[in-house]
Design a protein around this ligand. Structure first.
Ligand SMILES: [Cu+2]
Length: 224
C-alpha cells in the first residue's frame, strides 16, 4: 500500500512539473489577450524548453519552422502589442523580444535571416536583491522607424538554472505585417542559432550567489 501511495504521489508530481512549464501562446494588438495560436506559430513539443544552443528550434520553438495555418497580424509601426502565456513565467531569467524581416510572407519564413532585439526585461537590482519580470503577459511596441513589411516577432524567456542545471529557452514566434514604418536599418543583428553562446556571462550567471549585475545574452537592443 505504501508503494502504491508513493507511486501515485510520484505520478502526480511528474504530471504537475510537466504541465507547469509555460508557452507563449498568443499575440495581439494593444494590451488585450489574444487567441491562442491565431498569430503565434504552434509548437509541437508540448511545453518543453529548447536547450541546444546550435538548434534551429531556438528560432521559433520545435514545430515553428513555418507558419502552417498561423495568421499574420496587421500592425502599425509604433503601435503596442502583447504576448500572453498559458501559465505565467516562473523561471527566473530575462525576457527578450526580437524581430526578423521575412524575405516574402512571414508565414513562409524560417527565421534563418538577421534578427535584431527590440527589448530586454532584465533584472532590477535593489537592496541587494534581484527581481525579475515574471508575468503572464508582456507588452511592448513595434519600433516606429523599422521598414514596413512582414516579420517574425519572437519572444524568449531564458530560464536560468545555474548552478547545476542547463539554461532553458522558452520561445514563440508571432507573424506580423508592419505598416507605416520608415527606413531604419536595425542593428546590431545576429543569427539564431549563433546569438547565444555557452560562455555568455548572462548564460553562465549564478543568480543565487553574489548576484549584483547581469548582461542579457544576445545582441544589444535596437532603438530608433
Ligand atoms: Cu522548468
Amino acid at each position: 500500500m505504501k508503494n502504491v501511495v508513493a507511486l501515485v504521489a510520484t505520478a502526480v508530481l511528474a504530471a504537475q512539473s510537466a504541465s507547469a512549464h509555460y508557452i507563449f501562446q498568443s499575440l495581439s494588438k494593444g494590451t488585450a489577450k489574444g487567441t491562442a495560436y491565431e498569430y503565434v506559430r504552434r509548437n509541437t513539443n508540448y511545453n518543453s524548453p529548447v536547450t541546444d544552443l546550435s538548434s534551429n528550434d531556438l528560432r521559433c520553438n520545435v514545430g515553428g519552422a513555418t507558419g502552417g495555418n498561423t495568421s499574420t497580424l496587421d500592425i502599425n509601426a509604433g503601435d503596442p502589442f502583447t504576448f500572453t502565456l498559458d501559465t505565467a513565467v516562473y523561471h527566473q531569467g530575462p525576457i527578450s523580444l526580437y524581430m526578423s524581416k521575412a524575405p516574402g510572407a512571414a508565414v513562409d519564413y524560417d527565421g534563418s535571416g538577421d534578427w535584431f532585439k527590440i527589448n530586454d526585461w532584465a533584472p532590477n537590482f535593489s537592496g541587494g536583491q534581484a527581481s525579475w519580470t515574471m508575468k503572464d503577459t508582456y507588452s511592448y511596441t513595434i519600433p516606429k522607424c523599422v521598414p514596413s513589411g512582414e516579420y517574425l516577432l519572437r519572444i524568449q524567456s531564458l530560464a536560468i538554472h545555474n548552478p547545476g542545471g542547463v539554461p532553458q529557452f522558452y520561445v514563440g514566434c508571432g507573424q506580423i505585417k508592419v505598416s507605416g514604418g520608415d527606413s531604419a536599418s536595425p542593428k546590431p543583428t545576429a543569427k539564431i542559432p549563433g546569438a547565444f553562446k555557452a560562455t555568455d556571462p548572462g548564460y553562465t550567471a549564478n543568480i543565487y550567489n553574489n548576484f549584483h549585475s547581469y548582461i542579457v545574452p544576445g545582441p544589444d537592443v535596437f532603438a530608433c
